[in-house]
Design a protein around this ligand. Structure first.
Ligand code: ZN
Length: 295
């Protein structure tokens, strides 16, 4: 196990359905700025199937959908296949609180949403607000008060517009800009880029428009490729994440940054190459090949 010497709090913002190429296409300056001043990849991978419930399940458990059991876009309390250690539970055992802020859910689904959150070990689940800005507004006092542990946001805007009007359509662009503005507010409120104690991770859960212009559930690269951005707490400016970086690496990175041992079931690796004083996975691989050749 490692620990980052300064990080005490990790904020993860899931930008639902945000394609990497939307960042340039729609001038998402906050995402781009955080990416360039921090570490990023535009070629991150999400899980199969590339749907929100499966991807969020993986983000919160560190294992692929076939293991955690959420293998469709339907949220339910799943039957897992093999040991699953939810990230919030693992953090809780180490004394870290998890807050999760998602959009409001219809009354019918509220009980299942709370049951899922409880099962995952989320101390403070919030289902309030219709879009990214409203969800963020609800969380503002918690962001100010919670100085350690995990704060997770899920912002639905781009996915919603993609299903309604198509990925990369003008309404999708407007939704993507809303996500960008919310991320800018989050970064400003938290002062994350000047706060060595807070790490911000922004990523999409899937892309969209690969096969079906209004959907994202396929193996097409446009559906399976996601942007992953790390900023703040000890992140080295201008670093590129390894080409194989995946949504499964995010829970491993959260634990690594906070100094909590990852359960053996976790399939991802800490994205250590994003941080000052850490060698990238790529460069160390190259070095070992070099030293073998020299010997
Ligand atoms: Zn969707």
């Amino acid at each position: 196990m490692n620990r980052h010497p300064t990080v005490r709090r990790v904020i993860v913002a899931v930008l639902d359905g945000l394609r990497s190429d939307a960042i340039d296409a729609f001038g998402l300056d906050h995402v781009r700025g955080l990416a360039l001043r921090g570490a990023h990849t535009l070629h991150g991978r999400t899980v199969a199937p590339s749907v929100t419930a499966a991807a969020m399940g993986s983000l919160l458990t560190g294992v692929r959908p076939e293991r955690h059991g959420l293998t469709s876009d339907r949220f339910h309390v799943p039957r897992s296949h093999g040991p699953v250690s939810p990230l919030p539970s693992v953090l809780d055992e180490a004394g870290y609180v998890t807050t999760a802020c998602l959009a409001d859910v219809p009354l019918l689904y509220r009980r299942i949403a709370r049951a899922l959150a409880r099962r995952l070990g989320v101390a403070r689940p919030s289902f309030a607000g219709h879009d990214a800005h409203a969800i963020l507004d609800v969380a503002r006092p918690w962001l100010a008060a919670q100085r350690s542990g995990l704060v997770l946001f899920h912002w639905p805007d781009a996915d919603r517009a993609g299903h309604e009007a198509g990925w990369m359509s003008p309404p999708y662009g407007a939704a993507a800009r809303r996500l960008d503005a919310a991320l800018g507010r989050l970064a400003e409120w938290t002062g994350v880029e000047d706060d060595p104690a807070t790490l911000l991770v922004a990523l999409a859960d899937h892309g969209g428009g690969g096969v079906d212009p209004k959907n994202h559930d396929s193996a097409h690269p446009l559906d399976r490729t996601i942007p992953i951005v790390l900023a703040g707490g000890g992140v080295a400016a201008g670093r590129r994440l390894g080409p194989e970086a995946s949504i499964l690496d995010v829970p491993a990175t959260v634990l690594w940054a906070l100094g909590v041992a990852a359960p053996a079931s976790y399939e991802g690796r800490p994205l250590a190459e994003a941080f000052d004083g850490q060698r990238g996975a790529l460069s160390s691989a190259v070095r070992s090949v070099d030293s073998t050749a020299a010997a």
